[in-house]
Design a protein around this ligand. Structure first.
Ligand code: ZN
Length: 272
């Protein structure tokens, strides 16, 4: 075969490099649901982005001094992460409680999970906290942050620029990490997880928490109270605002409950 030389060759190299990276790195199979998702950011860069955004958040926000609640967040988080680890091993998990009345929690790529003290207005027991922690851990192992960043890259930069963007990761770090975080207020626009990602995190998260020994039957009650807490309010957390209606969520939970109960009963038998 005749080889291209000069500019043609370098353009061809660039284009095939981009295509190769799209096909090699561009696909991630979401655990349990089996859905193929877009993941253009290599795993190590994805974790580095999450790590750097999390350090910034830890500097900007007040970390809670409520040791009892902070330990509960850590304990529940670690138990769920231990179960989830087989889906995405080698992460440096971190669970931090921030002192803020907002009823919310978030997850960053690479295993960084933040919970706000306000969440305890709704989550009163470990089983209820486990509903949220399972959901956040599932966002990490399903690599939803990567999917969000990948979609953003494809839409805003196009295929060829993607390669350049990944090479100039330094300059992109903050912006990309903030996209993964979905920090609307910070960057001035909101790019929430999609509804599909939220439903997926609900499902996968419920399996994780059940396998970790938390009662999945608490989930419908917990989401019920979440919906009540935000009734008629404007400042909904993204994981409610982007989610299908509460009724749909409850119906979805009913569908997956038998499987979650099997995991829960298995966990009970192993460690009653
Ligand atoms: Zn979510």
């Amino acid at each position: 075969m005749k080889r291209l030389t000069g500019r043609g060759a370098s353009l061809q190299t660039l284009v095939s490099g981009v295509l190769l990276s799209v096909f090699l790195l561009g696909c991630h199979v979401v655990p349990d649901t089996g859905r193929r998702s877009l993941a253009l950011i290599p795993a190590d860069q994805e974790a580095a982005l999450g790590e750097s955004a999390f350090s910034e958040i830890k500097q900007e926000e007040r970390i809670s001094t409520d040791r009892e609640k902070a330990e509960m967040v850590e304990r529940v988080g670690r138990r769920i992460a231990a179960v989830a680890e087989e889906d995405l091993p080698g992460l440096d998990w971190e669970f931090v409680l921030f002192d803020n009345d907002v009823i919310n929690a978030f997850a960053l790529p690479g295993g960084k999970v933040g919970v706000y003290t306000g969440l305890f207005q709704v989550a009163r027991t470990e089983d209820e906290l486990a509903v949220v922690m399972g959901h956040e851990v599932a966002h990490v192992t399903a690599r939803h942050g990567n999917e969000r960043m990948s979609n953003y890259l494809l839409i805003s930069l196009g295929g060829v620029a993607l390669d350049v963007a990944l090479r100039e990761q330094e300059a992109q770090t903050r912006q990309m990490a903030m996209i993964a975080y979905g920090a609307g207020a910070t960057v001035g626009y909101i790019l929430p997880y999609s509804r599909r990602a939220e439903s997926e995190a609900d499902e996968l998260g419920l399996y994780y928490s059940a396998r970790a020994g938390y009662d999945p039957r608490e989930a419908p009650r917990f989401w019920e109270r979440m919906a009540e807490a935000f009734e008629g309010q404007a400042g909904m957390p993204t994981f409610l605002a982007t989610h299908p209606s509460h009724g749909t969520r409850v119906r979805d939970l009913e569908k997956i409950m038998p499987r979650a109960m099997r995991y829960y009963e298995e966990a009970q038998r192993q460690d009653p």
